[in-house]
Design a protein around this ligand. Structure first.
Ligand SMILES: [Zn+2]
Ligand SMILES: [Zn+2]
Length: 363
């Protein structure tokens, strides 16, 4: 839509005019004395908004860990997670290669080392505008050292939680959708960030699992809709519940995980769910670093993702029950009441003498 930037500019000019009038009349509220929630960090840039340009998103291959960099059309930068300790040098070099000198917004989704392990290196080698961390702690030396580094450099730090909004530069808006409350499980404490540029949006979920997803769904399911979903917890089946996946309804998914990781990430169920919905999936273990670019309408990629092949041998899993003699698909109504439902490979089921359920395998 061509008239959007013009109407935005007009609105901004009207706002400025109104602010000027209010100020002249002495009607403006006093400046807050404490550091306010930085919902608009760059007031100076309002006068000349950048109305064209590209948002680049780099999903870095940091092995079994997470790190993604956003570079806004006006050059503002946001790094969400910084991988683990093992790849900290590598990550620093990747950022330098991309010309990054300052990170305006740094987000540690949660204190696990595969998300904040490389962050001390970033804090100590780049100028940082401000940091968001959830109200969750960890006794690990890695996390404590990071906190010390942040304190030493007096970097403004804010709590990451649902409801926090801020802009990245002057065209990209961000809203945190989680954590909605405190959780015993650190993964669920993950900051979940919705990044919107024009009609294209990214949902960055850290390691949020189904408990946090349920809270986000309860809060506002319509706020979740996104073009690209960074799958929660490296594609684990403990994240990306069907209700959440359907509310986000992404066209593309990104899974950040390491080759042959010991957790079996991404889990087969997750890939099956993506396959069933035809969601084009990008995996860092298969593709390495992935760069997506958008002008706010179109999205382009430097690598090709693909819809996971649900029929592949590695994905052929079925469900059996203790007393039954047939194997089923996950959503078979015959399983709905079973408490002993067990997931095994199709080959295993056949070997053990199970036959196909006529209800769900009728074709
Ligand atoms: Zn975690
Ligand atoms: Zn993780």
């Amino acid at each position: 839509m061509k008239n959007r930037p013009i109407s935005l500019l007009r609105r901004l000019l009207c706002c400025l005019l109104l602010l000027g009038l209010l100020a002249a009349c002495g009607l403006l509220p006093p400046e807050p004395s404490s550091p306010a929630e930085p919902s608009d960090p760059a007031p100076g840039s309002i006068a000349a908004p950048d109305l064209t340009g590209t948002l680049s998103v780099h999903f870095f291959d940091v092995a079994q860990a997470d790190s993604a960099l956003f570079i806004a059309p006006d050059g503002a930068t946001m790094l969400i997670d910084a991988g683990d300790v093992a790849t900290k040098q590598e990550l620093q070099e990747k950022l330098k290669k991309l010309g990054v000198q300052k990170i305006d917004i740094l987000i540690g989704t949660h204190p696990h080392s595969d998300h904040i392990g490389g962050m001390q290196q970033i804090v100590e080698n780049f100028e940082i505008g401000r940091i968001y961390l959830p109200d969750a702690s960890h006794t690990s030396k890695t996390f404590q050292n990071l906190l010390q580094s942040i304190a030493d450099r007096k970097i403004p730090t804010y709590e990451a939680k649902a409801g926090v909004t801020f802009s990245l530069g002057n065209r990209v808006s961000c809203q945190m959708l989680a954590p909605c409350q405190s959780y015993d499980d650190l993964n669920n404490a993950s900051a979940v960030v919705h990044v919107v540029y024009g009609e294209v949006s990214f949902l960055m979920t850290g390691d949020a699992e189904t408990a946090s997803e349920a809270d986000m769904l309860k809060n506002d399911p319509t706020a979740l809709a996104s073009t690209v979903l960074k799958m929660g917890h490296h594609g684990s089946s403990t994240s990306s519940s069907l209700a959440f996946l359907d509310a986000v309804s992404p066209t593309y998914a990104v899974i950040s995980c390491g080759i042959g990781n010991s957790y079996g990430h991404p889990h087969t169920e997750t890939l099956e769910h993506l396959a069933a919905r035809g969601i084009v999936t990008f995996r860092t273990d298969e593709l390495g670093d992935i760069c997506m670019q958008t002008d706010g309408v179109n999205l382009s990629f430097d690598k090709d993702g693909q819809v996971p092949a649900a029929e592949a041998d590695s994905l052929a899993y079925v469900y059996v029950t203790e007393s039954g003699k047939t194997y089923h698909k996950e959503d078979c109504s015959a399983l709905s009441k079973s408490k002993t439902k067990k997931r095994i490979s199709l080959a295993e089921a056949k070997e053990q003498g199970y036959s196909a359920c006529k209800r769900c395998f009728k074709n």
